[in-house]
Design a protein around this ligand. Structure first.
Ligand code: UD1
Ligand code: CA
Length: 503
């Protein structure tokens, strides 16, 4: 028997109710597409059962979906659980029809008889926990089932396929089939136990049933769900696992579902972080991606929006009102408030960012750095104990330790005529006065100083002061003399009988 597992992900549907130009499975959920989240949930399965291949059924927007899948396989920060193959379903005539296309593809390529168990997932159900899928597969294998699938009991089962279950004389429950929402009788509509659309099938016994499915139903589609009744009638072994957390089966069919998925994932992440010792003042007012790790005794304030891979050490203060896109690595005792950060960014212990700072793209702030009000930092390395606390721009630069940038200091890194960026270096202990402009590339050597208001175009020697502005001159009593002259002119003209114009 073949021990390896094949995975089919159904992703050909249009997602009409999203009213979007983007294919449904490419909609983002906390910075990852729906299909990436589904692929991510397979990582744990791949650790216990070796996944031979993941076959994604594509149809609507297939070029975009294929392109995205190739990009995911190449993405360094994402470990794809197996190689991905795609099969086109055109036209899209239902979930059973989608699986039929895979069957035809496998037969055509001579793989049909090689296939063991097949896990069938929906590309639009991104909330399934990795451990739930792993349990489904291991239960299917250990119980020697032909078809094992997931269900849940919902308060509002509308829209989902209902499970037809019979209880025999000894109280044993038996699934007889699944009836789709649009095909239900009024009595069946009241059934609250529904199909989650996630199956593990022994391919050699279930695949032949696909040929018996018909499209004689309310939607004129070939339903994969019909294989359940066919399998039951054929005397095959069926297994049903009910989800203890029904939210796991939530599928994205419209924008409300997409909003709800964000809320559910956020809630899960907040709960995990709080259990790990993080204070989140108001979980309903933050959005934190599942990829985020925060150390104990940190405090997260309202309006904190964190997406992508992020690691924060202990005792950090995050928010209020920050937007941080990973990848971001932050040490301990760091405070970030009222700011926007876009990774890659690395921040050392005891650093502070904000209020109202913008730190983006390839920035390293060493420990005890202070980046303050209205300061932007881009593509820069900033050494320990360096301060830029007000109204400064640091771009394409290396700053040593204990550097101080005064308010309004700007590194002019961009030459717009040649469209070139230049690099500037401020060595340890450099102090730059307020409103200075450093025209890159320049090198301010160790412990040098720049006088306020200077425009620096040349390197500055160690321990020296560079002054690059007009020297101050004083015109003695200029104000008084000017006013006296004005008064004289006014009285002369009125003596001459001229009218003074009204002001
Ligand atoms: C499906 C199940 C239903 C279950 C629900 C759980 C069927 C017939 N119904 O209904 O019992 O309660 O999921 O969420 O299976 N797809 C294709 N090709 C197609 C049609 C769909 O690839 O021709 C893909 C879609 O892109 C989607 C998945 O299959 O990812 C499910 O299709 P969808 O139309 O959303 O099925 P539901 O009506 O939600
Ligand atoms: Ca669906």
């Amino acid at each position: 028997m073949n021990k390896s597992l094949d995975v089919i992900i159904l992703a050909a549907g249009k997602g009409t109710r999203l009213k979007s130009q983007r294919p449904k499975v490419l909609h983002p959920l906390f910075g990852q597409t729906l299909i990436q989240r589904v692929l991510g949930s397979l990582v744990e399965v791949s650790q216990s059962a070796s996944i031979r291949r993941i076959t994604v059924v594509v149809g609507h927007g297939r070029d975009e979906v294929k392109h995205h899948l190739t990009a995911l396989e190449d993405l360094e920060s994402f470990s794809c659980p197996a190689v991905i193959d795609t099969v086109v379903q055109e036209p899209q005539q239902g979930t059973g029809h989608a699986v039929m296309q895979v069957k035809a593809h496998w037969e055509k390529t001579g793989q049909g008889s090689d296939i063991g168990d097949v896990l069938i997932l929906s590309g639009d159900a991104p909330l399934l926990r990795a451990e739930t899928l792993a349990q489904l597969v291991s239960r299917h294998k250990s119980s020697n089932h032909d078809l094992t699938f997931l269900g849940a009991t919902l308060d509002n089962p509308k829209g989902y396929g209902r499970l037809l279950v019979e209880t025999d004389s000894v109280g044993q429950e038996r699934v007889l089939g699944i009836v789709e929402d649009k095909d239900t009788t009024p009595v069946q509509q009241a059934i609250q136990t529904v199909n989650a659309g996630i199956y593990c099938a022994r391919w050699q016994t279930i695949a032949p049933l696909l040929d018996q499915i018909s499209s004689g139903n309310a939607q004129g589609e070939f339903y994969f769900t019909d294989t359940v009744e066919l399998a039951e009638k054929a005397g095959l072994r069926l297994g049903l696992s009910l989800l203890s957390d029904p939210q796991e089966m939530l599928g994205v069919n419209d924008r409300q579902d997409l909003g709800l998925c964000h809320r559910v994932l956020n809630q899960r992440t907040c709960e995990r972080l709080m259990v790990d010792g993080v204070t989140i003042l108001d979980p309903a007012s933050v959005l934190i991606a599942p990829e985020v790790e925060i150390g104990a005794d940190s405090v997260v304030h309202s309006g904190t929006y964190l997406t992508g891979i992020q690691h924060y050490g202990a005792h950090c203060t995050l928010g209020p009102n920050i937007t941080v896109n990973g990848p971001v690595t932050v040490g301990e005792h760091v405070a970030i408030l009222h700011s926007v950060l876009a990774g890659p960014v690395a921040i050392g212990d005891h650093a502070t960012v904000g209020p109202y700072a913008h730190v983006r793209h390839d920035v390293t702030l060493d420990h005890h750095v202070a980046i303050g009000n209205f300061v932007e930092v881009k593509m820069a390395k900033v050494g320990a104990y360096t301060n830029a606390k007000h109204l400064a721009y640091i771009g394409n630069a290396t700053l040593g330790e204990e550097v101080n940038l005064g308010g309004g200091a700007v590194i002019a890194n961009y030459d717009p005529v040649r469209d070139a960026k230049h690099h500037t270096v401020l060595e340890d202990g450099v102090k730059v006065g307020c409103n200075s402009v450093l025209i890159s590339p320049v090198n301010l050597k160790e412990r040098s100083s720049v006088a306020a208001g200077s425009v620096i175009t040349k390197d500055v020697s160690p321990w020296s002061l560079a002054v690059a502005r007009g020297r101050q001159v004083e015109l003695k009593d200029w104000v008084m003399k000017t006013l006296q002259k004005k008064k004289r002119n006014t009285s002369e003209s009125s003596e001459a009988g001229q009218e003074t114009p009204a002001v």
